[in-house]
Design a protein around this ligand. Structure first.
Ligand code: PMP
Length: 362
């Protein structure tokens, strides 16, 4: 009996211990105005609903196509790339995690900004990859020279999250060119909302991987579709790792419905236009209330108020049924990340912010 207890103590020492990523809340209450996880406030392309209703359900007994061919064809046609330059996965989180596992294998530290997507350090921790976080300047811009030192890989989101700050492709190209010895990942989760993509560089730089998602601009976070574009060599290595882990990542519905989303270009562009127009309007309203924020090119605004602590505003909004995102972390603990919702949702947010500001909670 005693030995058993000791053994039980023993196994715990050998567990891979990690500090997990904390996703934004997904409340069940549909009445909540949900501006906390950068989802699209509009439904996906209408053709998807029609197609979803007509899919032969008996096909669900079969394993899905391991190459996600229908989706791949649609994406290759849309982005003018070859199938050998495309990798698909279960949201860009899956694609990014697999990329960390595959490419950041040198034992040297991987570099990314100190204020950035809070999953990067979690994957580094999970895979035991050393990393260094490079401090953004006071305007939340990256300092390119920081990424020109010895490293085991680089990951930069563009636009950055949660700041929304967009970096020029010229600066990112300099970083990619200065690092032929490591893989540079540009995470373009939000690039459709007004950024210039690094995609045009993938034919020139074998070490560049551009990662995208259907979760934001294509309004399909629930289906979990992400993809990466890069040189055939990079994609080959990524697929080798993926097929050594789980060959059936892309389910049949995601493949079919994702392909349909890519076909409806007009709906895609119209949705982006609406979100960008709302974002620009909300920026003006927030400025009028005294908020400060870096100029955002994403579907969110990272705002602070000089007089009222962000935590108080966050809590007050929550009580009123409006969820935004707040991190109690150094340098950003006075900021709120507010997803751009519909015009109606943003009007309710603005009215509530006005009323909170009037009472100025300490
Ligand atoms: N990259 C960034 C910068 C993000 O903000 C997100 C969304 N949380 C992702 C990647 C992952 O998105 P998804 O897995 O839904 O594609």
């Amino acid at each position: 009996m005693r030995k058993e207890n000791n053994d039980r103590m023993g196994w715990e020492e050998n567990v891979r211990k990690v500090t997990p990523y904390v996703p934004g809340e997904q409340p069940e209450n549909k009445k909540v105005i949900k501006l906390n996880t950068n989802e699209c406030p509009y439904p996906p392309a209408p053709g998807i609903r029609k197609l979803a209703g007509s899919i032969d359900y008996s096909r669900l007994r079969l394993y899905p196509d391991t190459e996600a061919k229908r989706l791949s064809e649609a994406l290759c046609g849309y982005y003018h790339i070859m199938p050998e330059q495309l990798f698909t996965g279960i949201g860009s989180d899956d694609v990014l995690a697999m990329s960390f596992l595959t490419f950041f294998n040198s034992g040297k530290p991987v570099l990314f900004p100190d204020i950035t997507y809070s999953f990067y350090d979690v994957w580094a921790g999970l895979f035991r990859i050393p990393y260094q976080q490079k401090k953004l300047d006071e305007k939340f811009r990256i300092v390119k020279e920081d990424y020109m030192t010895e490293n085991g890989g680089i990951v930069i989101p563009n636009p950055n999250a949660p700041t929304g700050v967009l970096e020029g492709v010229d600066v990112l190209e300099e970083i990619v060119a200065a690092n032929p010895g490591s893989v540079v990942i540009i995470d373009e989760a939000y690039v459709d909302f007004g950024g210039e993509s690094c995609l045009k560089l993938i034919d020139r730089y074998e070490n560049l991987l551009v990662v995208r998602t259907f979760s934001k601009s294509r309004a399909m976070a629930g289906l979990r579709i992400g993809f990466a574009m890069g040189s055939p060599k990079l994609i080959h290595y990524l697929k080798d790792a993926k097929f050594s882990f789980n060959s059936y990542t892309m389910n049949m519905l995601s493949v079919e419905l994702g392909a349909e989303a890519v076909r409806d270009e007009k709906y895609f562009q119209d949705t982006i236009k609406k979100i960008v127009a709302t974002r620009e309007r909300v920026k003006k309203e927030l400025l009028g209330m005294g908020f400060v924020f870096p100029d955002s090119k994403g579907n969110f605004i990272f705002a602070a108020h000089p007089e009222v602590p962000a935590k108080k505003i966050f809590e007050e909004l929550k009580v009123r049924g409006i969820y935004v995102r707040y991190w109690e972390k150094p340098r950003i603990d006075n900021y709120l990340r507010i997803t751009v919702g519909t015009d109606e949702e943003m009007d309710i947010l603005i009215n509530n912010l006005r009323s909170i500001m009037k009472n100025k909670p300490e």
